[in-house]
Ligand binder design. Structure first.
Ligand code: GAL
Length: 360
């Protein structure tokens, strides 16, 4: 074989590689539920997912629904379809809001992967990749029971209030049921009081997981019940995510609480601001959902779909969305407190060390 043969053999190989890659590359659309700068979606999920999919050779467009707007997300989905994306990864603003639209416009050639939140009421969703929300709620409930020492023989009655996600997000009901499942026996035996009397998902839900709405609700409850460092004792505010926790904390601060005497405030997501707050002894804990793992799993599933393969899932029997069982992959979660925040979030490279610089 002379040098010319070697060169043409190499060119053929390169050409085959290019063709092979192009054949495998897919146009993939990603829809995230909000463009809020303080939340996980804009900072982690969106960019990391794009990166993972691009590493696998795909062409990716990401769109963020401005401030949790259902109409905006519908338009973005429409644009993704018109632009010819054959795989669309969607984290819905509202789990039920896309069903009619999807029934009408998503044809059999398009695969839909529900990301983090389930899309309910439609046949057109193919896969669901998420974190174990039941475990998030359980871990939050157990943390509160533990910190309030409710299992000890000399346990004293405690006052707590609840702040849940919106009922439009399928994760909210799961979180609520599992957190309540842990706390209910103590409500029943009188060790937990909910002085506002607002305990149902309906009454305690915060629209769009909004910090502002959580703040307003907490201010109203503080005023009604006269909670404060010098007023009625409030032992815990069970907040089912970090943005809600930040709203509650704003209201508590306004009522005179300071680092060292805040009630227990829980959260979920490990948003950067809430991590600072944990480090500064204001928020007590959060639950870490490592978007890097969620993105990597989702990218694997999308990649398998693009190659017409069946993705490997750990819950293939699926999650019922009201119409069908959607084959599911579920990831585990981790409690973060001041004790392990450095190890879990800084040492693992999720946030830079400066996240723990003084804040307050
Ligand atoms: C939920 C999700 C939480 C949190 C919340 C607010 O669906 O499970 O991790 O991010 O949305 O956006």
């Amino acid at each position: 074989m002379n040098i010319r043969h070697v060169i043409s053999a190499m060119s053929l190989l390169m050409l085959t590689a290019v063709c092979f890659n192009t054949a495998m590359a897919e146009k993939i659309g990603v829809l995230m539920p909000t463009d809020n700068l303080q939340k996980r979606w804009f900072n982690h999920d969106g960019p990391v997912l794009k990166d993972e999919l691009e590493k696998l050779g795909h062409t990716v467009t990401v769109a963020y629904a401005s401030e949790d707007d259902v109409m905006v997300q519908k338009k973005q989905l429409q644009q993704m379809i018109i632009a010819g994306n054959k795989i669309i990864i969607v984290s819905p603003v509202d789990s039920a809001s896309l069903s009619e639209f999807m029934d009408q416009y998503v044809d059999a050639s398009i695969y839909i992967i529900a990301y983090d939140r389930l899309i309910s009421g439609t046949e057109k969703v193919d896969y669901f990749v998420t974190f174990d929300s039941a475990d998030v709620g359980k871990k939050i409930g157990e943390y509160v029971v533990d910190k309030l020492k409710l299992k000890e023989p000399e346990a004293q009655p405690k006052n707590i209030e609840f702040m849940n996600g919106p009922k439009e997000d399928s994760n909210s009901a799961v979180l609520y049921a599992s957190a309540m499942g842990v706390l209910a026996p103590y409500i029943k035996n009188g060790l937990i009081n909910i002085p506002s009397g607002e305990a149902s998902l309906e009454k305690t839900q915060i629209t769009a997981w909004s910090k502002q709405f959580a703040r307003e609700r907490m201010i109203r409850i503080i005023d009604q019940k006269n909670y404060g460092p010098k007023g009625e004792k409030l032992d815990a505010v069970v907040c089912l995510n970090d943005s809600i926790g930040r709203g509650a904390i704003d209201a508590l601060t306004r009522a005179g609480y300071e680092p060292g005497n805040y009630p227990i405030v829980t959260g979920q997501d490990c948003d950067k601001l809430s991590v600072k707050s944990i480090w500064s002894d204001v928020q007590s804990m959060s639950v870490f959902k490592d978007s890097r793992r969620l993105a990597a799993e989702t990218a694997k599933i999308a990649d398998a779909v693009s190659k017409k393969k069946i993705p490997s899932l750990n819950r293939p029997e699926g999650t019922f969305n009201g119409v069908k069982n959607v084959p599911t992959h579920i990831l585990d979660v981790e409690v973060v407190t001041k004790e392990n925040v450095k190890e879990v979030l800084i040492d693992s490279g999720y946030y830079p060390a400066s996240t723990l610089d003084s804040f307050y």
